[in-house]
Ligand binder design. Structure first.
Ligand code: AQP
Length: 333
């Protein structure tokens, strides 16, 4: 059976190794499988749930498209478009916000983390973010959604919204119930400075993440400075529970090299951390360099990137418009 894949990335700059290993690398594998039809969306409506500089947002939208292409997504095979350019997303989000329950949204941990202590000052958009995400996914009858582990709860909410809508309006199977596609191992890459916090675009310290546009020296330097300890490399999984930073680095090594985690652990067991870090830097440079070079090249081809978005918009709009028309009928508009 054909899998209908949908996923989104926010154009909020600083796309990093976590975004790549948790999501984009997976997008490329799905794009390459001819049994799938894939839609990859630059979710700019999601990005403005926190303040964005309009000029930077525009640049970041193109940079996200450039990153998709540089990583290996083929725009002839997959639809790449910009969320704000297909108005059905905003419309469906409103309709679904009348299906979603406050109690469900109140449980979302991402809102709690991002709003922090001052919830009163957070935007309503940040709160209802997962409803818009549900609209994105459900408009395209998506069957599978590749995301990092941090998005698992939002996916579960999307499934609840779809089920409630189908049941409230007695529209059996109208919304397909999507399955998350989350890598079993290392679907959450942690900060290089704190192994208990996820690697993130908005973290102040650039040393906490490897950006996909970093050059060789920056990558080598960041791995050298990555938090670790002075003990030899661990030889068992149990030893890792008290060494989250080392665990994260081994996970990055396994994930970028497509190796099993335990195999990677055994490869370095008892060795010096500096030796491991050297090998890790080598493989990261090897994998990131071509992507970084291509992103930089593509950023000089603005009209090519804009054309991809325009073509994608037209294809996505055709699908989404049909679905929103049916939603209108079902709701009674
Ligand atoms: N650290 C991560 N490990 C694994 N996957 C990750 N993703 C993000 N961070 C990690 C996955 O990348 C995809 C796109 O994410 P996004 O652009 O929607 O943004 P985000 O999750 O808000 O990214 P950040 O870096 O975490 O931004 P801030 O700093 O704003 O919180 C998603 O599939 C996500 O799971």
């Amino acid at each position: 059976m054909e899998k209908k894949i949908f996923s989104g990335v926010q154009p909020t700059g600083n796309l990093h190794l976590g975004n790549y290993l948790g999501a984009i690398k997976n997008f490329v594998e799905l794009n390459n499988d001819n049994n799938n039809s894939c839609i990859f969306c630059v979710v700019d409506l999601h990005a403005i749930t926190v303040n964005q500089d309009p000029k930077e947002l525009k640049d970041n939208i193109r940079e996200t498209v450039a990153t998709f292409i540089a990583s290996g997504i083929d725009p002839k095979k997959s639809i790449i478009f910009n969320q704000s350019q297909v108005s059905a997303h905003s419309e469906a989000a409103w309709i679904l916000s009348c299906t979603a329950r406050m109690g469900w949204l109140n449980r979302m941990t991402q809102f709690k983390e991002k709003a922090g202590k001052d919830k009163e000052k957070a935007s309503i958009g940040l709160y209802s973010y997962p409803v818009l995400m549900a609209a994105d996914i459900l408009l395209y009858d998506s069957t599978h959604v590749p995301v990092g582990d941090d998005q698992k709860q939002h996916l579960e909410l999307c499934r609840d919204i779809a089920q409630k809508f189908n049941s409230d309006f007695k529209a059996m199977d109208f919304f397909k119930i999507p399955e998350p596609l989350i890598k079993k191992e290392f679907s959450r890459i942690m900060s290089l400075k704190d192994g208990t916090k996820k690697m993130s675009k908005s973290e102040m310290s650039d040393l906490s993440r490897i950006n996909l546009t970093d050059n060789d020296d920056q990558i080598i330097n960041k791995i050298k400075k990555a938090k670790s300890d002075s003990l030899p490399m661990p030889s068992s999984l149990e030893e890792l529970s008290s060494r989250p930073e080392v665990k994260n680095l081994i996970g990055i090594y396994a994930s970028i090299s497509d190796l099993d985690f335990e195999k990677s652990l055994n490869e370095f067991s008892g060795k010096n951390i500096s030796e491991f870090k050297e090998k890790l830097s080598e493989i990261l440079v090897d994998k990131i360099k071509p992507i970084s070079n291509d992103i930089k090249k593509l950023l000089n081809e603005k009209s090519y990137l804009d054309k991809i978005l325009l073509d994608g918009r037209s294809k996505a709009n055709d699908i989404a418009t049909k679905k929103i028309e049916k939603i209108h009928e079902i709701v009674g508009f």
